[in-house]
Design a binder for this molecule. Structure first.
Ligand code: LLP
Length: 381
């Protein structure tokens, strides 16, 4: 088997989708998979088959979602820096809604839509100034962050919107951050949204999008392969009160795909350092950047241990940067050159953030439907 490679368990992905849909549908909630988490075509097709929508942040993501079979009417498009070409694609394809991030962008969407004699449904992204308490690089909802309308621009937009013929305001969009495990943050988000919908009750809004953000268990992925969707949606059902005519939308990314993927890598060398042993593996930060960029901890295991003896290693990649470390002081079976390791919970923001840094190969991917034990045998084409 070629390594490094992403290995996805499509069985777990389908199960996760089933649970997310079962826990959200009693409330009539609508889901849009955040394509940025993993845009592997096979993953996208599997998710599209479940019938949920897509949340995209580039024209290429919109196109990839359409190619994978997502219905245009269930695609939403966000991002602070949409180009004219990307906006035009969204207009032409007739997607459900564009999430607008600034006053100037609103005017551009209006102009491009009017030129095409279209009326584009838009939702304004608001920033609740709520600190999600997650890593600072994935906190998006504070006033220091670049996302969403400021109060001043919002007032201006509300004033001008009735004069714009190319856009129709259908509601508001929020996303406060990612890998959130403190559910009180979602309660606070719901309460903030309630205030906004109360304030703008005269606008006859029909849509609200509360973003993504539900975290996964990186420490105990085997015990918790599926996130707590019941508590997540239940928190909104209890706290959200924006009116019955408003359809409620979410954009889960990590929570749907995070646990269904792992990065397989082989040990190239065992190296005795001054005060530690290094397991030098053939995967690097170009294949999975999360540990280097966010100090993220992914659990690592040896796929086919040959010995009972255990040892402690710093698991490092081949890239010429000291941040190219997957874990320090990791206890593993005593390793040898050629051993196969797997880095768990790498289904979200793994392959999609991979690069060819150091001119390394594109990371290949494999699909299984079964358990880890069958890894070497069950490779579904
Ligand atoms: N909606 C919007 C507007 C977003 O910006 C994001 C993620 C999502 C939905 C999906 O959030 P999720 O459900 O996956 O938390 N690369 C980082 C995460 C970046 C998240 C960016 N926005 C990481 O590896 O942790």
């Amino acid at each position: 088997m070629e390594t490094p490679a992403y290995r996805y368990n499509l069985g777990l992905l389908r199960q996760t989708l089933d649970v997310a849909i079962a826990e959200s549908s009693p409330y009539g909630y609508n889901l849009h998979y955040a394509v940025k988490a993993n845009s592997n075509p096979r993953i996208l097709e599997t998710i599209a088959q479940s019938g949920i929508g897509a949340d995209c942040v580039s024209g290429n993501e919109v196109q990839a979602a359409l190619d994978a079979g997502f219905a245009a009417g269930r695609i939403v498009f966000a991002g602070v820096g949409k180009t004219n070409a990307e906006i035009e694609l969204a207009i032409v394809k007739g997607i459900q809604c564009i999430h607008v991030e600034s006053f100037e962008e609103l005017l551009v969407i209006d102009e491009l839509s009017a030129t095409k004699r279209k009326v584009t449904p838009v939702a304004l992204r608001l920033n609740p100034n709520l600190d999600a308490g997650t890593h600072k690089y994935i906190t998006t909802g504070t006033s220091q962050n670049k996302f969403g309308f400021s109060n001043e621009e919002l007032e201006e937009a509300i004033r001008v919107l009735p004069t714009l013929n190319g856009v129709k305001l259908i509601g508001f969009h929020f996303h406060i951050g990612s890998q959130i495990l403190d559910f009180t943050k979602f309660t606070q988000l719901a309460q903030f949204a309630n205030g906004v919908y109360q304030r703008f009750s005269n606008l006859m809004l029909t849509y609200i999008n509360l973003g993504g953000g539900l975290g996964i268990d990186y420490e105990n992925p085997l015990e918790n392969p599926i996130p707590n969707f019941s508590e997540y949606f239940g928190t909104f059902a209890t706290n959200l009160n924006v009116g019955n005519e408003v359809s409620v939308h979410f954009e889960p990314g990590r929570s749907l795909v995070g646990q269904c993927g792992e990065l397989l890598t082989r040990v190239l060398y065992i190296k005795r350092g001054e005060d530690r042993s290094f397991a030098v593996v053939d995967a690097g930060m170009n294949n999975l950047i999360r540990p280097a960029l966010y100090q993220a901890k992914h659990s690592i295991y040896c796929v086919s241990p040959l010995v009972d003896q255990r040892d402690t290693y710093d698991v490092v990649g081949p890239i010429c940067e000291s941040s190219d470390v997957f874990g320090t002081e990791i206890e593993l079976p005593k390793l040898m050159r050629g051993d196969l390791l797997a880095i768990r919970s790498a289904g979200a923001y793994g392959e999609s953030m991979s690069s060819r840094y150091n001119l390394r190969n594109v990371t290949p991917s494999f699909f299984t439907t079964g358990s880890e034990a069958k890894l070497e045998m069950v490779v579904e084409e």
